[in-house]
Design a protein around this ligand. Structure first.
Ligand SMILES: NC(=O)c1ccc[n+]([C@@H]2O[C@H](COP(=O)([O-])OP(=O)(O)OC[C@H]3O[C@@H](n4cnc5c(N)ncnc54)[C@H](OP(=O)(O)O)[C@@H]3O)[C@@H](O)[C@H]2O)c1
Length: 249
């Protein structure tokens, strides 16, 4: 009987938790603990870091985990790298459930940058009105370009005001609609959208809105990670649990 650990914090992880609970599977969903009120889950949850690779290895052994599903956000590169290392060390079956990356469509005007630092550097120049669709973790890096007006959108109201000198803050958990994002960008007279290539439909509205408004997008590409067994559908994880992991796929 598989004993599954899901590394979560995404809609994919929640959907997988739902599917596993429906099957009566033995599984735990793990959160980093970044969000104040994570949604209720139909599976037992645990919250907080494991304590690096060694901590994750210990947890996997102590809990007798047999299957590790990394359903973290594609930008949660540290956790994902730890999962690779811990799975290798313990020999536990490991799979990645993630959303396909976004690709530009006709009418898009994207400039690709490899990481946050490069995005900050790319903002050198005269003042613009910039939507920073990045979440709160990386906002402080943009103090290096204080000349811009920044529109921020966070899942939770921050405990301390964002450090950017000139900003507007919207607190909204989504999902977002194209119409809503068009209106938001128009209301704030946005000239440039900065975002990470998260993929998925929930956060795509801002890209479609930018296309409709003819706005350029500064797209931060996904971090590089070791090659991993990666799937995009819940059903593929269930198949792997039923068969694939046994065959060492
Ligand atoms: N990065 C994003 O843009 C983004 C967006 C939406 C949601 N999220 C979610 O937010 C969480 C944190 O993301 P991040 O970018 O800060 O990750 P990260 O930089 O890869 O992880 C930093 C540390 O946080 C802990 N951690 C991360 N995910 C965890 C999980 N699911 N369960 C237990 N501990 C976890 C680990 O601590 P230890 O080393 O102590 O184990 C990890 O080393 C993830 O669950 C991710 O799915 C991230």
């Amino acid at each position: 009987m598989p004993n599954i650990l899901i590394l979560g914090g995404t809609t994919e992880a929640s959907a997988l938790a739902e599917a596993l609970a429906d099957r009566g599977a033995t599984a735990v969903l793990s959160y980093a603990g970044r969000v104040a009120n994570p949604r209720r889950q139909p599976l037992p949850t645990r919250v907080g870091g494991f304590g690096g690779i060694a901590g994750l290895v210990r947890y996997l052994r102590e809990q007798a985990v047999t299957h590790l599903v990394d359903a973290t956000h594609p930008f949660a590169a540290t956790m994902s790298a730890h999962a690779v290392a811990a799975a290798a060390e313990t020999g536990i079956a490991h799979i990645v459930l993630t959303r396909p990356a976004w690709a530009p469509a006709a009418g898009d005007c994207w400039r690709h940058v490899p990481d946050i630092e490069a995005a900050v550097a790319a903002l050198a120049g005269p003042r613009r009105r910039v939507m920073l669709a990045l979440g709160r973790m990386h906002v402080s890096a943009f103090t290096a370009q204080p000349q811009h007006h920044y529109l921020l959108r966070f899942v939770d109201a921050p405990e301390e005001a964002p450090v950017l000198p000139d900003h507007a803050l919207v607190v909204d958990r989504g999902p977002f609609s194209v119409e809503g994002d068009v209106a938001l960008m128009q209301d704030h007279e946005i000239e440039l959208v900065v975002c990470k290539n998260a993929g998925g439909s929930g956060a795509e509205a801002k890209l479609i809105a930018a296309r409709r408004l003819g706005l350029p997008v500064l797209m931060i590409d996904r971090p590089a990670l070791p090659e991993r067994h990666t799937v995009h559908e819940i059903g593929a994880v269930l198949d792997w649990l039923d068969h694939g992991a046994d065959r060492g796929v």
